[in-house]
Design a protein around this ligand. Structure first.
Ligand code: FAD
Length: 618
């Protein structure tokens, strides 16, 4: 625990203490006092700053908690003698984000500040700009969240894909129908601000102190709607079903944004002083638009693979041992990475093995969650994952991905990564249909079958044939499995007693995933699975289910920007010291500057701060 006699912050930097006089309050107070070596009455107040589960030793699974403590008057810090294993330090409450008042500097003759996209990047950028008095115009190609929810429910139930309302597009962006994990590898002073804004918008308070906070797909729609309402009440305007279709430049700087009605195709040019491009990584038309308008784009590494599903009880047992049933622990998660020899060199025929290894890792793990149908283009299958706040579903799922490096791809075209994603998504759609699935059913395979296939095709022990059990299982492939149905396919009885009911809503078809994913990805996943199993026992159980393809975990393209956050033009000299002056701001994950909800939101704030600084320096 960390305790301090520093004054408690004025803003709610930590969760409130349990209700005064309650049993929980008394227990916590006694524990903190004992940890600090003071009497309970020496503590004036305390609040929980952070809590995490420590399960490194299965025989001693426990919580680690950090409290901010204010000591009663007269109790001297130096006199403290904390118990063993207790850390005490002065507490510096995070500084609140300052939003300047720029109302007097915003003139309507300049044109609008247009924010394209209402994912976390666009929403947080627009909220800052609106609260600074700059009245942004926010355009979102997709539907408002209620209409979007209905469209997704209809698609999941077998209806047609709505190109303007799906898991990728619509109010709240890609993460609205997600687990809403708010963990991030990045460090930023803005993280606290984002968490507090989510809580103000209706997210559970506990995200302020959980070490691995998450909101849940059942709560996210109301949260994003509330942020939208805050933007509007601060003077912003929000238009749904309105696509940023073009950016017009004059003298190298934006002069107007061409907006298109997503349903009718009607277009309108809006005079714009600035355009923030926060369109996410699935807006492939925006990459094309940026390239055609002369902006500098570059390839960036991304990843590709499948979702892996296990019973949540298996993960709980593997992570928590005998403590797995303790109700205070909730559903366990995991995050793992390994490197494997890069035996297959991407899809370039001329590839030289410059990179001897390839990363294989789990990503966006959703405890107690479901696999999501995340397509945004007709004729393509894409999977992802989500969970509700309670994380109380039968399965866990996680992306299982391998790196795709720029030099894995042929030629020089910057769009090559998008081309590969699309090819794989279409191949998956056709593979499932060819094998008897309905449109948008997803190809799936058990880990047992997948690894047996890898073994028999990768030149390992000569002459080894797929086992009889695998051959028997293959008879059962090629039939759609209704989500949640209990029929067991492909997991040889002799290998495993694991039963996993695939949760992908449009049904899975048992196939060979090698028929839709590139060889180098499958090769890496097959090598990675046993290594990951060594870290988390049961991960590569033959009965675990792989559903694919997961192609949209990150952006294959970066829209190059300067230190001032403005987009560079391809015609700019590459070694030029001059900052770009396009007044176009690539922002968030699609532009290549974030990966996940938190980092996208933080990037939105950084772009907004840069714009505010331009106004302030006028
Ligand atoms: P996006 O969220 O993609 O938002 C872009 C927005 O721009 C979209 O609303 C889109 O409709 C709109 N748009 C696109 N083109 C245009 C245009 N031309 N004009 C106007 N609007 C346009 N991350 C996590 O950190 N935790 C998780 O638990 C998590 N789970 C996920 C689960 C799923 C199912 C998915 C799909 C993603 C998940 N992610 C998760 C990833 C996370 O959602 C993204 O990293 C994040 O949303 C990126 O934010 P963004 O604002 O940059 O882009």
């Amino acid at each position: 625990s960390t305790e301090t006699n520093h004054p408690a912050p004025a803003t709610p930097a930590a969760s409130p203490a349990p209700a005064e006089g309650s049993h929980a309050e008394s227990l916590s107070r006694t524990a903190i006092a004992s940890a600090l070596g003071v009497a309970p009455e020496d503590i004036a107040s305390f609040s929980l700053v952070k809590r995490s589960v420590d399960a490194r030793k299965k025989s001693n699974v426990h919580f680690n908690a950090t409290y901010a403590v204010r000591l009663a008057q007269g109790v001297v810090y130096d006199a403290l003698s904390p118990a063993r294993g207790v850390n005490v330090r002065a507490y510096d409450p995070p500084a609140p984000l300052t939003i300047p008042d720029l109302r007097s500097l915003a003139t309507s003759s300049d044109g609008r500040i247009v924010v394209a996209g209402t994912g976390p990047a666009g929403l947080f950028c627009a909220l800052f700009l609106a609260e600074a008095g700059l009245r942004p115009l926010v355009v979102e190609r997709g539907a408002a969240v209620d209409e979007r929810t209905a469209a997704i429910e209809s698609f999941d139930a077998g209806g047609p894909l709505d190109a303007a309302a799906n898991v990728q597009f619509g109010e709240g962006g890609a993460g609205t129908f997600s687990d809403g994990k708010l963990t991030t590898g990045t460090k930023s002073p803005h993280i606290r601000h984002v968490l507090e804004a989510f809580v103000q918008a209706g997210a559970p308070d506990e995200i302020l102190w959980q070490a691995k906070p998450h909101i849940g797909t059942d709560k996210l729609p109301a949260v994003v709607k509330s942020i939208r309402e805050r933007i509007i009440s601060a003077g912003g305007e929000v238009r749904f079903l309105t696509r940023l279709a073009d950016i017009e430049l004059s003298g190298g700087a934006v002069c107007s944004a061409v907006l298109e009605d997503s349903r009718t195709g009607a277009r309108e040019a809006v005079k714009a002083s600035r355009v923030i491009v926060a369109c996410g990584h699935s807006a492939r038309d925006v990459f094309e638009l940026a390239r055609d308008r002369g902006f500098a784009l570059e390839r960036k590494p991304f990843s590709m693979g499948v979702r892996i599903e296990h019973p949540q009880t298996l993960i709980n047992r593997a992570q928590y041992g005998a403590a797995a049933k303790h109700t205070a622990l909730g559903a366990a998660d995991y995050k793992m990475a390994v490197r494997v020899p890069a035996r297959a060199n991407g899809i370039r025929t001329d590839a030289t093995s410059e990179n001897a290894t390839r990363g294989v890792y789990t990503f966006c793990m959703c405890p107690g969650g479901e696999v999501v149908a995340a397509a945004s283009e007709e004729g393509g299958v894409v999977v992802n994952g989500m969970s509700r706040f309670a994380r109380d579903g039968e399965n866990s799922n996680s992306a299982l991905l391998a790196d795709v490096r720029p030099d894995d791809l042929p030629g020089d075209d910057v769009m090559e990564g998008v081309r590969l994603q699309r090819e794989v998504e279409r191949a998956a759609f056709e593979l499932a249909c060819r094998n008897g699935g309905a449109p948008y059913a997803a190809p799936a395979q058990t880990v047992g079958d997948f690894l047996a296939g890898a073994t028999s095709s990768s030149g390992q022990p000569e002459g080894r044939q797929p086992s009889d059990t695998v051959a028997a299982a293959s008879e059962a492939r090629c039939r759609t499995v209704v989500p949640g149905s209990h029929r067991r396919v492909g997991a040889p009885e002799s290998h495993s007693r694991l039963v996993v009911r695939p949760s992908y809503p449009r049904g899975v078809v048992w196939c060979d995933l090698r028929e839709c994913l590139p060889e180098f990805i499958c090769d890496a996943l097959a090598q990675g699975l046993p290594l990951l199993d060594a870290k988390l026992h049961g991960f590569a159980d033959p009965g675990a289910v792989l559903t694919g393809p997961e192609t949209r975990s990150s952006s294959p393209i970066r829209m190059v920007r300067g230190q001032n956050f403005q987009a560079r033009l391809a015609s700019d000299l590459p070694d030029s010291d001059e900052e770009p002056a396009t007044r176009v701001y690539p922002c968030g994950e699609g532009a290549g500057y974030a990966g996940g909800i938190m980092s996208a939101a933080v990037d939105g704030l950084r772009v907004a701060e840069a714009i505010a600084a331009e106004f302030s320096s006028r």
